[in-house]
Design a protein around this ligand. Structure first.
Ligand code: ATP
Length: 586
């Protein structure tokens, strides 16, 4: 073995130095041994690696059986880029928790630690543990929230249930701290109050002057925050500036229950985590492009220390790089140096999203299904339509109850839409269901049976599962189509959730009741398949696909200010309401 023994540090010209088996307590006198490549100081009483930091050619250090007890000592050899082999066997430091991963993380060039090869897995694990990439942080956050959620009794969040065809509409404004996204979110929710409401997050930071608990944030202690984590209430959380932030499912549900889409703001890590959830928001990046102006704004707020400002500024690059490296990650990018301009652009994006500018642009627009047409007002937030926009929102649902009109272009597109539904991922049950619906439509067209929707909603009105029916004696179903539609909407939101199996089962049972004794499931009466039927017209309107989202049903008791609600009150939806109350209790 190529080792030379020197009684004292006289190995200036030699690449190898061995001073083992002495009573050395410190590493001294090696500063000038710049060409040293192998150092053996085993069997000493050394407690620190200080003294090695300038030996840049060192490739191997043997410190077996010394008294090194702190992992931090590795920092002294952190900059020795040729160091491949380190032996700390028999040192107290080995007792430290996560010793091996910590050392591997601090000395990422190491190939052998304590005579054991450093594996690629260990390297990845060490980075994931001590400096995890954003994706890993987000994945862990999602996993944590999901596991805690699954440990709780399962609750149906009916207003925001995932659905392949109509994800609950959500808008997420993201960007570095203080870029104006919060102000823009509030303004947007004010001006588009018939479409959006602000989703209030939780935070452990204290309120700034003027901030209102429950409105700007739910301000909670770290302990309470952790309790909420353990209750599985969060969809995503993140740490920012030493404080915790999180968005609960309840916050979104509170908005959804009002029949509105939810608008929230958050940092990039929150976006990454949210992307793992079943929600499919539209993500809008607000990014400062004039550094001076942005810094000036942060300073003028008088809330941040210089290091907080530095951090916020440094994150502009993070956002910019993300946007560059992952095209499509953000649905829109808006420069936010001028908040007024940014708001105008944001407003335009939202109008496009809601198809608010499309009125008059062509009745022939194929994308404008009856749902869409009822929502296209042609009025921006500045010029409110004479009628309440909520009518358009509820109109979105009342369509479901309208029997198909053969003169309606959407009606003619119906089978095309059904074809579009026939994707390879469809389960046999879904395929069978789609075939039944096609059959019904064909029959309706040739006049052999009434319009499928009219049957459909009659059936659903009669057979609403008792578990979904209101016990509120004050609540009456009206026989008009919109109430039927609402009920159907609420039922339709059920099947895509695993937690809804019992409800779905009940519904299917109810269908069976409607079959005549000689009917097989395949020739069931119209209406046996209303769950899937109703969602079809909305399939082209997913948020994120540049087309208008479906807003969730508006339950009775909606808190829309009277001034904004001159339209007929939304159809009663006891199923949703009751479930909503159940959720709240849950
Ligand atoms: N649930 C969340 N998940 C991730 N980030 C969040 C969440 N809630 C808030 N944030 C973000 O955390 C950052 C700090 O929020 P905070 O409200 O404390 O700062 P701020 O100085 O008021 O900045 P801003 O005006 O951008 O909100 C902001 O960028 C905010 O958007």
């Amino acid at each position: 073995m190529n080792i030379m023994y020197f009684p004292t540090f006289k190995c200036v010209l030699s690449p190898v130095c061995v001073q083992g088996g002495n009573q050395m307590e410190r590493i001294e006198g090696l500063e000038n041994m710049k060409s040293l490549q192998v150092l053996d100081l085993s069997l000493n009483r050394i407690t620190s690696l200080s003294g090695l930091q300038n030996l840049h050619l060192l490739g191997s250090i043997n410190l077996e059986k010394n008294l090194i007890s702190e992992i931090q000592e590795c920092k002294h050899v952190h900059d020795l880029f040729l160091l491949r082999n380190l032996n700390l066997l028999g040192n107290p430091v080995q007792e430290q928790p996560d010793y091996r991963l910590s050392v591997i993380f601090l000395l990422q060039h190491l190939a052998v630690l304590d005579q054991e090869k450093v594996t690629a897995e260990e390297k990845v694990s060490s980075v994931n543990k001590y400096d995890p990439p954003l994706d890993v942080v987000a994945a862990k956050d999602h996993m944590t929230n999901l596991v805690y959620q699954l440990m709780q009794p399962q609750v149906l969040y009916d207003s925001t249930l995932p659905s392949a065809d109509s994800p609950y509409p959500m808008l997420v404004l993201t960007g570095p701290q203080g870029c104006g996204k919060r102000e823009l979110a509030h303004r947007l929710c004010q001006e588009f109050s018939e479409y959006f409401a602000y989703g209030t997050c939780h935070t452990t930071r204290g309120p700034y002057l003027g901030e209102v608990n429950g409105s700007d944030y739910h301000f909670v202690s770290e302990e309470d925050f952790q309790t909420i984590v353990h209750m599985g209430k969060f969809i995503q959380t993140m740490k920012y500036g030493g404080h915790s932030y999180g968005l609960t499912r309840d916050s979104i549900e509170d908005v959804a229950r009002e029949g509105l889409a939810c608008c929230v703001h958050m940092e990039l890590e929150g976006v990454l985590s949210l992307k793992y959830s079943h929600f499919e928001p539209r993500y809008i990046l607000l990014i400062p492009t004039q550094l001076e102006k942005y810094m000036g704004h942060l300073k003028s707020r008088g809330l941040y220390t210089p290091s907080q400002i530095d951090m916020a500024v440094s994150r502009i690059d993070l956002y910019a790089n993300f946007n560059r490296q992952r095209p499509g990650f953000f649905d829109n990018v808006i420069p936010c140096d001028d908040w007024e301009e940014a708001y105008q652009m944001l407003g335009q994006v939202v109008k496009d999203y809601l198809l608010l500018d499309e009125q008059g642009e062509g009745q022939n627009n194929n994308r404008a299904s009856p749902d869409n047409r009822s929502t296209v007002s042609g009025h921006g937030p500045e010029e409110k339509p004479p009628s309440d926009l909520s009518r358009s929102v509820s109109g979105t649902m009342s369509h479901s109850a309208t029997p198909l009109d053969p003169s309606d272009p959407a009606y003619r597109n119906y089978s095309t839409k059904i074809q579009a539904q026939l994707s390879p991922q469809k389960s046999p049950a879904e395929l069978a269901s789609i075939r039944r619906r096609e059959q019904l439509v064909r029959e309706a067209i040739v006049g052999r049976s009434p319009g499928v929707y009219s049957q459909l909603f009659k059936s659903s009105a009669q057979t609403a599962p008792s578990s979904l029916q209101s016990h509120d004696p004050d609540t009456h179903f009206s026989e008009d189509s919109s109430s039927d539609g609402s009920r159907a909407s609420s039922v339709l939101s059920v099947p895509s959730s695993a937690g809804a199996l019992s409800v779905l089962g009940h519904t299917l049972e109810t269908h069976k009741d409607h079959m005549t004794s000689d009917q097989t499931p395949d020739d069931a009466s119209p209406g046996t398949d209303h769950l899937a039927t109703v969602i079809t017209p909305s399939s082209e309107r997913r948020p994120g696909s540049n087309i208008k989202p479906i807003l969730p049903p508006i339950p009775t008791g909606r808190k829309t200010p009277a001034a904004l609600s001159p339209s007929p009150s939304p159809s009663p939806n006891p199923a949703v309401r009751e479930q909503g109350e159940a959720n709240k209790e849950g």
